[in-house]
Design a protein around this ligand. Structure first.
Ligand code: ZN
Length: 88
């Protein structure tokens, strides 16, 4: 058996579903409903949703300023020189 060292890289998985960014208010549990898009675009939309949600006050005159953010991304390790998405 012959073994050799192979350089590997980590990259976004082009065959996986898109990234998801879901902020949830820690006070009332309201959550941003994500739409398809790239990660930077999703993050910007999620941040705007948080700022908008925090700007409103509830019946007790509280502003909801805390958020739990769940981010789901898919990565894949690929041997150097292999085209993205070729690894199974
Ligand atoms: Zn809230």
């Amino acid at each position: 058996m012959t073994m050799r060292f192979v350089h590997m890289s980590l990259e976004g998985d082009p065959n996986a579903e898109p990234a998801i960014v879901i902020p949830e208010c820690t006070l009332c549990r309201a959550a941003f409903q994500p739409v398809a898009g790239d990660l930077a675009e999703l993050r910007e939309k999620a941040e705007l949703w948080c700022l908008d949600h925090a700007a409103k006050s509830d019946e007790a005159h509280r502003h909801h300023t805390g958020f739990r953010v769940n981010v789901t991304m898919h990565w894949r390790v690929v041997p150097e020189g292999q085209p993205p998405g070729a690894a199974a």
